[in-house]
Design a protein around this ligand. Structure first.
Ligand code: AMP
Length: 396
């Protein structure tokens, strides 16, 4: 079912002028000592907020920050974010000390047309993550219309992403959410060949996506520590690499699923190995991992192989580093893949903080079709799963 976008909400008879529009944003930015660090997510939320302000809405912004787990942890307060949002938006942003009840209702009642108010951290209340109906009701009391622009939490059925949505008469996807959905849909309905590059630490974390993409992708290229569990499945030596012994059978099932679909799974053919995951640890490049050594990155031959596939692909989806890319000496494989994805003429979608950081370091980020801000949500979406936060908007 279609999700309504912001333009159609604004174009409705009566529009949003004077109406309280509740925006579930993702303002989960790093804050240290009351100072906002990387403000990318705040900047990303500006287009939707600007459009609503310009249309005369009374804009009520809600977000989570960190993991306060139902307690009022001062370190997770959104107050510093209100100041930063005001600076970037170029308008005053008032702050409500709580996201429900008197403080929120007063702050919202005081909003002029085109005014913006930021509510305190949704996750100060356990009801948010539990999707508690009474908490959802309390949030819905603040809203004449609802806009979800927080793609990164759309895979969670929380009160602010799911529970409150049917309680509001009018609802829409914000611009950021809309762009995410449009680009990720390309992976579900790809121009072929579709190359999926998956890396990261654990098969167990990504098993569902591995299984789904083995069926969907013409070529699935695996890197990161996950690759060693796959190599173990094939009986190859893995030394002291991070192998999940209890997932060897699962990895085998992924390989079988790809084979049954007539798809290829690529695994590393050479490796950067070290004896410790440590800056300055001696390394070697090997075809077979020796006893006492662990794979910490894909080797140059593997990087070249994956780059060749990137050059042939019409659509690329990449999530997860190819090695321990936090350590410079173990980051070459991830960097090479980032460069190859950026240089490919394919439609390219990159998700996950590590992969995006790697792309940014190449200076070629502008060549990627889409950098997805929602790591977990994008992985669920490309599996073809229904995201609760998206389902809640459907049929509005
Ligand atoms: P994920 O969150 O699943 O995407 O995993 C990212 C983490 O996987 C990063 O912190 C990497 O350092 C780690 N990682 C990638 N390759 C390896 C490897 N070969 N050995 C150990 N950790 C790895």
């Amino acid at each position: 079912m279609a999700v309504r976008d912001l333009s159609s909400l604004l174009a409705e008879p009566g529009g949003v002028a004077g109406k309280r529009v509740f925006v579930r944003a993702d303002l989960n930015v790093p804050v240290k000592g009351g100072v906002v660090g990387d403000d990318t997510r705040i900047r990303a939320s500006l287009p939707t907020l600007r459009r609503l302000c310009d249309a005369g809405a009374r804009v009520v912004v809600a977000s989570h920050l960190g993991r306060p787990k139902g307690t009022r942890d001062p370190a997770a307060s959104l107050r510093p974010v209100a100041a930063k949002l005001s600076e970037l938006l170029g308008r005053p942003v008032s702050f409500a000390e709580d996201c429900i009840g008197e403080p929120a209702e007063q702050a919202v009642a005081a909003l002029p047309e085109g005014g913006v108010c930021l509510l305190e951290n949704l996750r100060y209340h356990a009801g948010e993550e539990k999707n508690d109906p009474a908490f959802a009701q309390a949030l819905a009391r603040l809203a004449d219309a609802y806009v979800n622009d927080a793609f990164g939490t759309a895979h969670r059925a929380h009160a602010s992403t799911a529970g409150m949505v049917p309680l509001t008469a009018r609802r829409a996807a914000g611009d950021l959410m809309n762009v995410e959905l449009a680009h990720l849909r390309v992976v579900l309905e790809p121009r072929r060949p579709l190359l999926c590059l998956l890396g990261g630490a654990k098969v167990s974390d990504k098993l569902a996506v591995l299984e789904a993409l083995a069926k969907r992708a013409d070529v699935l290229a695996v890197g990161g520590a996950m690759a060693y569990t796959f190599l173990r499945t094939l009986g190859e030596p893995t030394g002291t690499s991070l192998v999940e012994a209890d997932r060897v059978a699962d990895a085998g099932r992924v390989l079988d699923a790809a084979k049954a679909a007539g798809h290829r799974v690529l695994l590393p053919v050479d490796h950067v190995v070290a004896q410790k995951i440590e800056e300055g640890a001696p390394t070697q490049i090997v075809k077979q991992i020796p006893d006492g050594w662990m794979g910490v990155d894909i080797g140059p031959e593997t990087a070249a192989l994956y780059a060749t596939e990137a050059g042939r692909a019409a659509t690329i989806f990449w999530n997860g580093p190819m090695g321990v890319f936090e350590i410079e000496a173990f980051s070459q494989g991830t960097r090479a893949v980032a460069r190859a994805v950026a240089e490919s003429a394919a439609i390219s979608v990159v998700g996950g903080g590590d992969s995006i950081a790697a792309v940014n370091r190449t200076g070629l980020a502008a060549k990627i079709t889409h950098l997805s801000t929602g790591g977990g949500a994008s992985l669920e979406y490309v599996q073809g799963l229904t995201l609760p936060g998206v389902a809640a908007l459907e049929g509005a």
